[in-house]
Design a protein around this ligand. Structure first.
Ligand SMILES: Cc1cc2nc3c(=O)[nH]c(=O)nc-3n(C[C@H](O)[C@H](O)[C@H](O)COP(=O)(O)OP(=O)(O)OC[C@H]3O[C@@H](n4cnc5c(N)ncnc54)[C@H](O)[C@@H]3O)c2cc1C
Length: 412
Protein backbone atom coordinates (compact mmCIF):
# COMPACT_ATOMS: atom_id res chain seq x y z
CA UNK A 1 0.00 0.00 0.00
CA UNK A 2 1.14 3.55 -0.74
CA UNK A 3 2.10 5.31 2.50
CA UNK A 4 -0.28 7.83 4.05
CA UNK A 5 2.38 10.52 3.54
CA UNK A 6 2.42 9.82 -0.21
CA UNK A 7 -1.36 9.64 -0.33
CA UNK A 8 -1.66 12.92 1.56
CA UNK A 9 0.54 14.61 -1.07
CA UNK A 10 -1.27 12.98 -3.98
CA UNK A 11 -4.74 13.94 -2.70
CA UNK A 12 -3.79 17.35 -1.32
CA UNK A 13 -5.60 19.27 -4.07
CA UNK A 14 -8.89 17.45 -3.32
CA UNK A 15 -8.42 17.94 0.42
CA UNK A 16 -7.76 21.65 -0.10
CA UNK A 17 -10.81 22.01 -2.33
CA UNK A 18 -13.01 20.29 0.26
CA UNK A 19 -11.55 22.44 3.04
CA UNK A 20 -12.14 25.64 1.05
CA UNK A 21 -15.74 24.67 0.32
CA UNK A 22 -16.48 23.84 3.95
CA UNK A 23 -14.93 27.04 5.27
CA UNK A 24 -16.54 29.34 2.71
CA UNK A 25 -19.92 27.72 2.18
CA UNK A 26 -20.78 25.42 5.11
CA UNK A 27 -19.39 27.15 8.21
CA UNK A 28 -21.41 30.35 7.63
CA UNK A 29 -24.66 28.35 7.46
CA UNK A 30 -24.01 26.01 10.39
CA UNK A 31 -25.90 27.98 13.03
CA UNK A 32 -28.90 28.33 10.75
CA UNK A 33 -28.90 24.62 9.91
CA UNK A 34 -29.09 23.60 13.56
CA UNK A 35 -32.40 22.71 15.14
CA UNK A 36 -34.77 23.57 12.30
CA UNK A 37 -37.60 21.63 10.74
CA UNK A 38 -37.08 19.48 7.66
CA UNK A 39 -38.50 22.00 5.17
CA UNK A 40 -36.18 24.78 6.24
CA UNK A 41 -33.29 22.35 6.58
CA UNK A 42 -33.60 21.09 3.02
CA UNK A 43 -34.18 24.60 1.67
CA UNK A 44 -30.69 25.48 2.97
CA UNK A 45 -29.03 22.14 2.39
CA UNK A 46 -30.13 21.37 -1.18
CA UNK A 47 -28.24 24.31 -2.74
CA UNK A 48 -25.10 23.30 -0.82
CA UNK A 49 -25.40 19.75 -2.13
CA UNK A 50 -25.83 21.04 -5.68
CA UNK A 51 -22.72 23.21 -5.30
CA UNK A 52 -20.67 20.29 -3.97
CA UNK A 53 -21.72 18.27 -7.02
CA UNK A 54 -20.81 21.13 -9.35
CA UNK A 55 -17.37 21.36 -7.70
CA UNK A 56 -16.79 17.62 -8.16
CA UNK A 57 -16.54 16.92 -4.41
CA UNK A 58 -19.81 15.03 -3.92
CA UNK A 59 -19.85 11.42 -2.64
CA UNK A 60 -16.07 11.16 -2.90
CA UNK A 61 -15.76 7.80 -1.15
CA UNK A 62 -18.68 5.99 -2.81
CA UNK A 63 -17.78 3.51 -5.56
CA UNK A 64 -18.19 4.81 -9.10
CA UNK A 65 -20.67 2.11 -10.08
CA UNK A 66 -23.22 3.50 -7.63
CA UNK A 67 -22.69 7.14 -8.51
CA UNK A 68 -19.73 8.17 -6.34
CA UNK A 69 -16.24 9.38 -7.20
CA UNK A 70 -14.54 6.12 -6.21
CA UNK A 71 -11.66 7.43 -4.12
CA UNK A 72 -9.57 4.56 -2.72
CA UNK A 73 -10.37 3.78 0.93
CA UNK A 74 -7.06 5.09 2.31
CA UNK A 75 -7.28 8.36 0.38
CA UNK A 76 -10.85 8.89 1.45
CA UNK A 77 -9.87 8.34 5.09
CA UNK A 78 -7.67 11.44 4.84
CA UNK A 79 -10.31 13.57 3.08
CA UNK A 80 -12.93 12.44 5.58
CA UNK A 81 -10.90 14.06 8.36
CA UNK A 82 -11.58 17.46 6.80
CA UNK A 83 -15.22 16.73 5.98
CA UNK A 84 -15.73 15.72 9.62
CA UNK A 85 -14.96 19.20 10.89
CA UNK A 86 -18.61 20.07 10.38
CA UNK A 87 -21.51 17.67 10.84
CA UNK A 88 -23.36 19.65 8.18
CA UNK A 89 -20.49 19.20 5.73
CA UNK A 90 -20.97 15.45 6.06
CA UNK A 91 -24.41 15.90 4.49
CA UNK A 92 -23.47 18.74 2.12
CA UNK A 93 -20.81 16.51 0.54
CA UNK A 94 -22.90 13.34 0.47
CA UNK A 95 -20.75 11.43 2.96
CA UNK A 96 -23.64 10.66 5.32
CA UNK A 97 -24.91 7.82 3.13
CA UNK A 98 -21.58 6.05 2.64
CA UNK A 99 -21.81 3.25 5.20
CA UNK A 100 -25.40 2.33 4.31
CA UNK A 101 -24.80 2.64 0.58
CA UNK A 102 -21.78 0.30 0.75
CA UNK A 103 -23.66 -2.24 2.86
CA UNK A 104 -26.77 -2.20 0.69
CA UNK A 105 -24.74 -2.23 -2.53
CA UNK A 106 -23.12 -5.42 -1.32
CA UNK A 107 -26.00 -7.18 0.38
CA UNK A 108 -29.43 -5.82 -0.64
CA UNK A 109 -31.65 -7.45 -3.25
CA UNK A 110 -31.52 -6.32 -6.89
CA UNK A 111 -35.04 -4.86 -6.96
CA UNK A 112 -34.39 -2.74 -3.90
CA UNK A 113 -31.08 -1.50 -5.28
CA UNK A 114 -32.67 -0.67 -8.61
CA UNK A 115 -35.25 1.45 -6.86
CA UNK A 116 -33.25 3.20 -4.14
CA UNK A 117 -29.47 2.94 -4.32
CA UNK A 118 -28.63 5.63 -6.91
CA UNK A 119 -31.08 8.03 -5.36
CA UNK A 120 -29.60 7.39 -1.93
CA UNK A 121 -26.09 8.21 -3.19
CA UNK A 122 -27.47 11.24 -5.06
CA UNK A 123 -28.74 12.60 -1.72
CA UNK A 124 -32.45 12.46 -2.57
CA UNK A 125 -33.15 11.09 0.90
CA UNK A 126 -31.40 9.98 4.08
CA UNK A 127 -30.80 6.35 5.18
CA UNK A 128 -31.47 5.13 8.74
CA UNK A 129 -30.64 2.07 10.80
CA UNK A 130 -32.98 0.66 13.47
CA UNK A 131 -31.21 -1.57 15.88
CA UNK A 132 -31.46 -0.13 19.40
CA UNK A 133 -34.60 -0.74 21.45
CA UNK A 134 -35.74 1.15 24.54
CA UNK A 135 -36.80 -1.99 26.42
CA UNK A 136 -33.47 -3.87 26.36
CA UNK A 137 -29.79 -2.97 26.78
CA UNK A 138 -28.96 -2.77 23.12
CA UNK A 139 -25.23 -2.73 23.63
CA UNK A 140 -26.06 -6.45 23.85
CA UNK A 141 -28.16 -6.76 20.66
CA UNK A 142 -28.73 -10.48 21.15
CA UNK A 143 -31.57 -9.33 23.43
CA UNK A 144 -33.48 -7.41 20.74
CA UNK A 145 -37.20 -8.14 20.85
CA UNK A 146 -38.35 -6.99 17.42
CA UNK A 147 -39.47 -9.96 15.35
CA UNK A 148 -39.95 -10.57 11.64
CA UNK A 149 -42.03 -13.53 10.50
CA UNK A 150 -42.05 -14.71 6.90
CA UNK A 151 -45.65 -15.08 5.74
CA UNK A 152 -45.88 -16.09 2.09
CA UNK A 153 -43.70 -13.66 0.20
CA UNK A 154 -43.79 -10.98 2.90
CA UNK A 155 -42.07 -10.25 6.22
CA UNK A 156 -44.38 -9.18 9.00
CA UNK A 157 -42.39 -7.05 11.45
CA UNK A 158 -43.35 -5.99 14.97
CA UNK A 159 -41.39 -4.17 17.64
CA UNK A 160 -40.28 -0.84 19.01
CA UNK A 161 -37.00 0.91 18.28
CA UNK A 162 -35.43 4.14 19.34
CA UNK A 163 -32.45 6.26 18.43
CA UNK A 164 -33.13 5.51 14.78
CA UNK A 165 -31.11 8.51 13.63
CA UNK A 166 -32.67 10.39 10.68
CA UNK A 167 -35.80 8.22 10.51
CA UNK A 168 -37.65 11.52 10.14
CA UNK A 169 -35.66 12.34 6.97
CA UNK A 170 -35.20 8.84 5.63
CA UNK A 171 -36.92 6.90 2.86
CA UNK A 172 -36.19 3.62 4.65
CA UNK A 173 -34.83 2.06 7.81
CA UNK A 174 -32.67 -1.02 7.85
CA UNK A 175 -34.32 -2.87 10.73
CA UNK A 176 -32.71 -5.55 12.90
CA UNK A 177 -35.24 -8.22 13.83
CA UNK A 178 -35.22 -11.76 15.11
CA UNK A 179 -36.16 -13.99 12.17
CA UNK A 180 -35.00 -17.39 13.45
CA UNK A 181 -36.54 -19.67 16.10
CA UNK A 182 -35.48 -19.61 19.77
CA UNK A 183 -33.23 -22.68 19.43
CA UNK A 184 -30.95 -20.91 16.92
CA UNK A 185 -27.90 -19.33 18.62
CA UNK A 186 -28.52 -15.61 19.09
CA UNK A 187 -25.65 -14.46 16.88
CA UNK A 188 -27.27 -16.31 13.93
CA UNK A 189 -30.90 -15.52 14.77
CA UNK A 190 -31.19 -11.90 13.65
CA UNK A 191 -31.53 -10.46 10.18
CA UNK A 192 -31.61 -7.04 8.58
CA UNK A 193 -34.66 -6.05 6.57
CA UNK A 194 -35.16 -2.83 4.65
CA UNK A 195 -38.41 -1.13 5.62
CA UNK A 196 -39.68 1.92 3.72
CA UNK A 197 -40.62 4.65 6.19
CA UNK A 198 -43.95 5.08 4.41
CA UNK A 199 -44.90 1.40 4.89
CA UNK A 200 -48.19 0.94 6.69
CA UNK A 201 -47.53 0.32 10.41
CA UNK A 202 -44.17 2.15 10.44
CA UNK A 203 -44.80 5.01 12.82
CA UNK A 204 -42.49 7.66 14.19
CA UNK A 205 -43.62 7.97 17.80
CA UNK A 206 -41.43 10.99 18.54
CA UNK A 207 -38.22 12.74 17.69
CA UNK A 208 -36.33 12.34 20.95
CA UNK A 209 -34.63 15.59 22.01
CA UNK A 210 -31.04 14.91 23.10
CA UNK A 211 -28.94 17.16 25.36
CA UNK A 212 -31.22 20.03 24.48
CA UNK A 213 -31.00 19.50 20.73
CA UNK A 214 -33.96 18.94 18.50
CA UNK A 215 -34.24 15.25 17.76
CA UNK A 216 -33.34 13.49 14.59
CA UNK A 217 -33.04 10.41 16.82
CA UNK A 218 -36.46 8.88 16.51
CA UNK A 219 -38.52 6.42 18.49
CA UNK A 220 -40.22 4.15 15.98
CA UNK A 221 -43.11 1.70 16.38
CA UNK A 222 -43.29 -1.19 13.93
CA UNK A 223 -46.87 -2.41 14.04
CA UNK A 224 -47.35 -5.47 11.83
CA UNK A 225 -45.39 -3.82 9.05
CA UNK A 226 -45.41 -5.90 5.86
CA UNK A 227 -42.57 -5.72 3.34
CA UNK A 228 -41.59 -8.00 0.44
CA UNK A 229 -39.45 -11.05 1.31
CA UNK A 230 -36.83 -9.65 -1.07
CA UNK A 231 -36.18 -6.75 1.34
CA UNK A 232 -33.99 -9.07 3.39
CA UNK A 233 -30.40 -7.79 3.41
CA UNK A 234 -27.99 -10.69 2.84
CA UNK A 235 -29.19 -14.05 4.14
CA UNK A 236 -31.42 -15.04 7.03
CA UNK A 237 -29.59 -14.86 10.35
CA UNK A 238 -26.73 -12.82 8.88
CA UNK A 239 -27.69 -9.52 10.54
CA UNK A 240 -24.79 -9.36 13.00
CA UNK A 241 -22.20 -10.60 10.51
CA UNK A 242 -23.19 -7.92 8.02
CA UNK A 243 -23.32 -5.29 10.76
CA UNK A 244 -19.72 -6.08 11.68
CA UNK A 245 -18.65 -5.63 8.06
CA UNK A 246 -20.42 -2.28 8.03
CA UNK A 247 -18.93 -1.14 11.32
CA UNK A 248 -15.21 -1.86 10.67
CA UNK A 249 -14.56 0.86 8.07
CA UNK A 250 -17.39 2.88 9.66
CA UNK A 251 -15.46 3.24 12.90
CA UNK A 252 -12.40 4.44 11.03
CA UNK A 253 -14.53 7.07 9.27
CA UNK A 254 -16.03 8.10 12.62
CA UNK A 255 -12.62 8.42 14.17
CA UNK A 256 -11.27 10.54 11.30
CA UNK A 257 -14.29 12.81 11.63
CA UNK A 258 -13.68 13.11 15.38
CA UNK A 259 -10.09 14.06 14.54
CA UNK A 260 -11.49 16.72 12.22
CA UNK A 261 -13.65 18.05 15.06
CA UNK A 262 -10.68 17.96 17.42
CA UNK A 263 -8.52 19.89 14.94
CA UNK A 264 -11.17 22.57 14.66
CA UNK A 265 -11.56 22.85 18.44
CA UNK A 266 -7.77 22.90 18.84
CA UNK A 267 -7.44 25.75 16.31
CA UNK A 268 -10.09 27.75 18.14
CA UNK A 269 -8.48 27.08 21.52
CA UNK A 270 -4.98 28.12 20.46
CA UNK A 271 -6.15 31.29 18.71
CA UNK A 272 -8.22 32.29 21.70
CA UNK A 273 -5.35 31.59 24.09
CA UNK A 274 -3.10 33.93 22.13
CA UNK A 275 -5.70 36.71 21.83
CA UNK A 276 -7.39 36.80 25.22
CA UNK A 277 -5.66 38.73 27.98
CA UNK A 278 -6.23 38.12 31.72
CA UNK A 279 -4.22 39.31 34.71
CA UNK A 280 -1.93 41.36 32.48
CA UNK A 281 -0.90 38.70 29.96
CA UNK A 282 -2.40 36.47 27.25
CA UNK A 283 -3.97 33.20 28.37
CA UNK A 284 -1.28 31.55 26.26
CA UNK A 285 1.32 32.56 28.85
CA UNK A 286 -0.42 30.69 31.70
CA UNK A 287 1.05 27.28 32.40
CA UNK A 288 -2.33 25.70 33.10
CA UNK A 289 -3.52 26.78 29.64
CA UNK A 290 -0.29 25.53 28.11
CA UNK A 291 -1.00 22.17 29.72
CA UNK A 292 -4.37 22.06 27.99
CA UNK A 293 -2.66 22.76 24.66
CA UNK A 294 -0.05 20.10 25.37
CA UNK A 295 -2.55 17.41 26.43
CA UNK A 296 -4.72 18.11 23.40
CA UNK A 297 -1.80 18.03 20.98
CA UNK A 298 -0.57 14.74 22.42
CA UNK A 299 -4.01 13.10 22.38
CA UNK A 300 -4.82 14.23 18.84
CA UNK A 301 -1.48 13.09 17.47
CA UNK A 302 -1.63 9.73 19.26
CA UNK A 303 -5.20 9.10 18.13
CA UNK A 304 -4.38 10.10 14.55
CA UNK A 305 -1.49 7.64 14.32
CA UNK A 306 -3.56 4.86 15.91
CA UNK A 307 -6.38 5.51 13.46
CA UNK A 308 -4.16 5.53 10.40
CA UNK A 309 -2.52 2.34 11.64
CA UNK A 310 -5.94 0.67 11.96
CA UNK A 311 -6.92 1.96 8.50
CA UNK A 312 -3.73 0.60 6.97
CA UNK A 313 -4.32 -2.82 8.51
CA UNK A 314 -7.93 -2.92 7.35
CA UNK A 315 -6.95 -1.83 3.86
CA UNK A 316 -4.30 -4.54 3.70
CA UNK A 317 -6.94 -7.15 4.58
CA UNK A 318 -5.34 -7.87 7.97
CA UNK A 319 -7.28 -8.61 11.15
CA UNK A 320 -7.82 -5.09 12.55
CA UNK A 321 -10.51 -5.86 15.15
CA UNK A 322 -8.35 -4.91 18.12
CA UNK A 323 -7.03 -1.73 16.53
CA UNK A 324 -10.53 -0.63 15.52
CA UNK A 325 -11.94 -1.24 19.00
CA UNK A 326 -9.03 0.71 20.50
CA UNK A 327 -9.54 3.75 18.25
CA UNK A 328 -13.28 3.79 18.92
CA UNK A 329 -12.54 4.31 22.63
CA UNK A 330 -9.44 6.50 22.30
CA UNK A 331 -11.07 8.61 19.57
CA UNK A 332 -14.33 9.23 21.42
CA UNK A 333 -12.49 10.23 24.59
CA UNK A 334 -9.96 12.32 22.68
CA UNK A 335 -12.58 14.46 20.92
CA UNK A 336 -14.53 14.84 24.15
CA UNK A 337 -11.43 16.03 26.05
CA UNK A 338 -10.18 18.40 23.35
CA UNK A 339 -13.55 20.09 22.85
CA UNK A 340 -13.98 20.33 26.63
CA UNK A 341 -10.61 22.11 26.99
CA UNK A 342 -11.38 24.44 24.09
CA UNK A 343 -14.61 25.41 25.85
CA UNK A 344 -12.73 26.02 29.09
CA UNK A 345 -10.25 28.36 27.39
CA UNK A 346 -13.17 30.29 25.86
CA UNK A 347 -14.82 30.76 29.25
CA UNK A 348 -18.53 31.63 29.07
CA UNK A 349 -18.28 32.19 25.31
CA UNK A 350 -17.47 28.48 24.94
CA UNK A 351 -20.89 27.39 26.11
CA UNK A 352 -22.80 29.82 23.89
CA UNK A 353 -23.88 29.22 20.32
CA UNK A 354 -21.51 32.00 19.21
CA UNK A 355 -18.83 29.37 18.59
CA UNK A 356 -19.36 25.83 17.21
CA UNK A 357 -17.87 24.36 20.41
CA UNK A 358 -21.12 24.06 22.30
CA UNK A 359 -22.64 21.84 19.63
CA UNK A 360 -19.42 19.90 19.09
CA UNK A 361 -19.34 19.12 22.81
CA UNK A 362 -22.77 17.54 22.71
CA UNK A 363 -21.80 15.42 19.72
CA UNK A 364 -18.54 14.44 21.40
CA UNK A 365 -20.51 13.14 24.37
CA UNK A 366 -22.64 10.97 22.10
CA UNK A 367 -19.51 9.41 20.62
CA UNK A 368 -18.77 7.54 23.83
CA UNK A 369 -22.16 5.79 23.61
CA UNK A 370 -22.99 5.06 19.95
CA UNK A 371 -21.29 2.41 17.85
CA UNK A 372 -21.05 0.38 21.03
CA UNK A 373 -20.42 2.11 24.38
CA UNK A 374 -16.72 2.49 25.20
CA UNK A 375 -16.90 -0.16 27.92
CA UNK A 376 -17.95 -2.88 25.47
CA UNK A 377 -14.87 -2.24 23.33
CA UNK A 378 -12.59 -2.02 26.37
CA UNK A 379 -13.86 -5.41 27.50
CA UNK A 380 -13.47 -7.06 24.10
CA UNK A 381 -9.89 -5.82 23.66
CA UNK A 382 -8.86 -6.76 27.19
CA UNK A 383 -10.39 -10.23 26.85
CA UNK A 384 -8.61 -10.84 23.53
CA UNK A 385 -5.26 -9.87 25.02
CA UNK A 386 -5.79 -11.93 28.15
CA UNK A 387 -6.82 -14.97 26.11
CA UNK A 388 -3.62 -14.62 24.15
CA UNK A 389 -1.63 -14.62 27.39
CA UNK A 390 -3.61 -17.62 28.65
CA UNK A 391 -2.56 -19.51 25.49
CA UNK A 392 1.05 -18.59 26.26
CA UNK A 393 1.33 -16.26 23.26
CA UNK A 394 1.60 -12.97 25.16
CA UNK A 395 0.93 -9.74 23.26
CA UNK A 396 4.00 -8.37 21.51
CA UNK A 397 3.46 -4.73 20.49
CA UNK A 398 6.58 -4.71 18.33
CA UNK A 399 5.13 -7.52 16.23
CA UNK A 400 1.85 -5.69 15.79
CA UNK A 401 3.38 -2.40 14.73
CA UNK A 402 2.69 -1.47 11.14
CA UNK A 403 5.38 1.15 10.61
CA UNK A 404 7.93 -1.54 9.95
CA UNK A 405 10.09 -1.05 13.05
CA UNK A 406 9.74 -4.62 14.33
CA UNK A 407 13.11 -6.28 14.82
CA UNK A 408 13.48 -9.43 12.71
CA UNK A 409 13.00 -12.61 14.72
CA UNK A 410 16.22 -14.42 15.53
CA UNK A 411 16.54 -17.78 13.75
CA UNK A 412 15.52 -20.65 16.01
C1 LIG B 1 -26.45 10.20 19.22
C2 LIG B 1 -26.79 8.75 19.11
C3 LIG B 1 -27.14 8.24 17.88
C4 LIG B 1 -27.52 6.90 17.77
N1 LIG B 1 -27.92 6.40 16.54
C5 LIG B 1 -28.40 5.16 16.47
C6 LIG B 1 -28.95 4.66 15.23
O1 LIG B 1 -28.97 5.36 14.21
N2 LIG B 1 -29.49 3.41 15.21
C7 LIG B 1 -29.49 2.61 16.32
O2 LIG B 1 -29.98 1.50 16.22
N3 LIG B 1 -28.97 3.05 17.49
C8 LIG B 1 -28.44 4.29 17.60
N4 LIG B 1 -27.96 4.75 18.80
C9 LIG B 1 -28.05 3.92 19.97
C10 LIG B 1 -26.73 3.32 20.44
O3 LIG B 1 -26.23 2.41 19.50
C11 LIG B 1 -26.98 2.69 21.81
O4 LIG B 1 -27.27 3.75 22.70
C12 LIG B 1 -25.82 1.86 22.33
O5 LIG B 1 -25.68 0.66 21.60
C13 LIG B 1 -26.01 1.51 23.80
O6 LIG B 1 -27.23 0.90 24.04
P1 LIG B 1 -28.17 1.46 25.21
O7 LIG B 1 -28.37 2.91 25.02
O8 LIG B 1 -29.37 0.59 25.28
O9 LIG B 1 -27.30 1.30 26.53
P2 LIG B 1 -27.20 0.00 27.43
O10 LIG B 1 -26.97 -1.19 26.57
O11 LIG B 1 -28.32 -0.01 28.37
O12 LIG B 1 -25.85 0.30 28.21
C14 LIG B 1 -25.79 1.35 29.20
C15 LIG B 1 -24.38 1.47 29.70
O13 LIG B 1 -24.00 0.26 30.33
C16 LIG B 1 -22.61 0.13 30.26
N5 LIG B 1 -22.26 -1.18 29.68
C17 LIG B 1 -22.89 -1.86 28.69
N6 LIG B 1 -22.23 -3.00 28.43
C18 LIG B 1 -21.17 -3.05 29.28
C19 LIG B 1 -20.11 -3.97 29.52
N7 LIG B 1 -19.99 -5.10 28.78
N8 LIG B 1 -19.18 -3.66 30.47
C20 LIG B 1 -19.30 -2.52 31.21
N9 LIG B 1 -20.27 -1.63 31.03
C21 LIG B 1 -21.19 -1.89 30.09
C22 LIG B 1 -22.08 1.25 29.37
O14 LIG B 1 -21.57 2.31 30.16
C23 LIG B 1 -23.33 1.72 28.64
O15 LIG B 1 -23.25 3.07 28.24
C24 LIG B 1 -27.53 6.08 18.93
C25 LIG B 1 -27.14 6.61 20.16
C26 LIG B 1 -26.79 7.93 20.27
C27 LIG B 1 -26.42 8.47 21.63
Amino acid sequence: MTSFAELAGQWRPVRDKVEGFIEERVYPLEAELDDIDNDRYFALMRPLMAEAKAHGIWALGHPREIGGQGLPFAAYVLINEVIGRSEHAIVALGTHTLQDALMLHRFAGAAWKERYLRRLVDGDFFPSVSMTEPAVASSDPTQLQTTAVLEGDEWRISGRKWFTTWANRAAFSTVFARTEPDDVPAHRAFSMIVVPTDARGYRIVREVPVLGMRGCHCEVALEDVRVPAANLVGGRGEGFTIAQKRLGPGRIYHCMRWLGQAQRAFDLMCRRANERVAFGSPLASKQLVQKMVFDSAAEIQACRLLTLDAARKLDAGEDARTEIAVIKVVGAQMVHNVVDRAIQVHGALGVTIDTPLERMYRHARFARIYDGPDEVHVESVAKRILRSFARGDGWDFAERDSVGSSPPRAAA
